[in-house]
Write a protein that binds this ligand. Structure first.
Ligand SMILES: Nc1nc2c(ncn2[C@@H]2O[C@H](COP(=O)(O)OP(=O)(O)OP(=O)(O)O)[C@@H](O)[C@H]2O)c(=O)[nH]1
Ligand SMILES: [Mg+2]
Length: 386
């Protein structure tokens, strides 16, 4: 499926090598033994991640899988310092989580606009020979090499930041609600799997307050085994403080459907059950009062519920009130949700996951001259007394 909503990428990053120190000897007319004047090498460029709220997906990184910082330049004569290598900033949407692609280890997450995290440190530049002159060796013929670069292949995964995440089967009316009350306008249609990618919208509430709601594709029984669109989109509700379950009023057995949904969530990540939950029985315009009362008696009783209709507006204000109230009665929990506990990726599943995401291609490039350079630097490691 072609889509612009990219929430999973693998890229390779390298910091810059440090420039080597210079072994230059000062030479000038009338100065017979000028002594060492070799300057220090420049620092290699660092690689940083930077939160940027103008980005909503990781699509731009699919076109830039190699992020290499610049190398430091060598030191020069007359004590001149080599130029530092250029740093690289990788702009990512807020909510990006970064893992080491080789080990699956969680590395960092970027949640705020402008937040900067250093991913790789550039190599330090080597010292020039002028630092090594001593009383017994006034003309040292050596200088330090620069430190080597660092290389890392990372997986970046976007987990959208929203307050409320919608959970329901296809056709439950999720997108219709998001259209009715938020700034987002996902497509609505009377067939399953209309929504193929998540979107977030801002819901304005009374007194200029607002909260953010995430519409995600519908899930079905067996999604954890890959049925339908699978569970990959559930990563976008992992950070939400509250989950709004949506089940149509004309469903045969609402309680049963609720349990199926809960079960799929648990399979994906049991921590999802720690979140606050609210149940909206949708399409209430298809029900009369008597039927609503009958259904009400048999609704699951571990969460607050409301009958709503996004089409007629029935109980929509009440729903916003309820969501707002739930989001704010338990601020501690809401704060906890944004700072989710990051688990390392399970190595035994990682290759499979990369395949599913179409990210199992090999993106390393290393030509012969680079390999030589690295070996050379390894040999010189002994010289680094720093
Ligand atoms: N009568 C009635 N129909 C509704 C209501 N809300 C949604 N629908 C209809 O239900 C169908 C599915 O609505 P969507 O909002 O696309 O459902 P969805 O949950 O986003 O579905 P997927 O994106 O496929 O997961 C559409 O035909 C809507 O018009 C409602 O309150 N009343
Ligand atoms: Mg939809």
């Amino acid at each position: 499926m072609e889509t612009n909503f990219i929430d999973y990428v693998k890229i390779i990053c390298r910091s810059g090598k440090g420039g080597r120190g210079s072994m230059h000897m000062h030479r000038a007319k009338y100065v017979p033994n000028g002594g060492p004047d070799g300057g220090d090498g420049g620092r290699g460029g660092h690689v940083y991640l930077r939160g940027n709220h103008n980005y909503w997906t990781l699509l731009h990184l699919r076109y830039e899988r190699h992020v290499f910082a610049g190398h430091g330049e060598a030191g020069g004569k007359s004590g001149s310092h080599g130029a530092d290598g250029a740093d690289r900033y990788i702009d990512v949407p807020c909510g990006t989580v970064v893992y080491d692609a080789e080990t699956g280890r969680f590395l960092c997450d970027v949640t705020e606009d402008g937040q900067v995290v250093q991913l790789l440190r550039g190599g330090r530049g080597g010292l020039g020979n002028k630092h090594f002159a001593t009383s017994t060796n006034q003309a040292p013929r050596f200088a330090q090499p620069g430190e080597p670069m660092q290389e890392l292949t990372v997986i970046m995964e976007l987990k959208m930041l929203a307050d409320v995440g919608l959970v329901g089967f296809p056709n439950a009316g999720k997108s219709t609600l998001v259209n009715a009350i938020s700034s987002a306008h996902p497509k609505i249609a009377g067939y399953p799997f209309t929504t193929l990618e998540p979107s977030v919208g801002v819901v304005s509430y009374r007194d200029n307050r607002s909260f953010v709601m995430a519409d995600i594709p519908g899930i079905i029984e067996g999604a954890s085994e890959g049925k339908g669109l699978g569970l990959r989109f559930l990563r976008h509700i992992e950070r939400n403080a509250l989950l709004l379950f949506m089940i149509p009023g004309d469903t045969d057995d609402i309680r049963h459907d609720y349990e199926v949904l809960l079960n799929e969530l648990t399979t994906y990540n049991p921590e999802l059950l720690d979140k606050q939950r609210v149940l909206a029985v949708t399409k209430a315009d298809l029900l009369d009062d008597e039927l609503m009362q009958m259904l009400e008696a048999d609704l699951p009783n571990d969460l607050p519920h409301l009958f709503i209709s996004a089409v007629t507006g029935f109980h929509i204000t009440e729903l916003k009130d309820l969501l707002w109230q739930q989001l704010n009665t338990n601020e501690r929990q809401a704060a906890h949700a944004a700072a989710i506990v990051h688990r390392d990726k399970d190595l035994s599943h990682l290759q499979h996951e990369l395949q599913d995401e179409g990210e199992d291609l090999d993106i390393t490039i290393l030509d012969d001259s680079e390999i030589e350079e690295i070996e050379e630097l390894d040999d010189l490691d002994d010289y680094l007394p720093l």
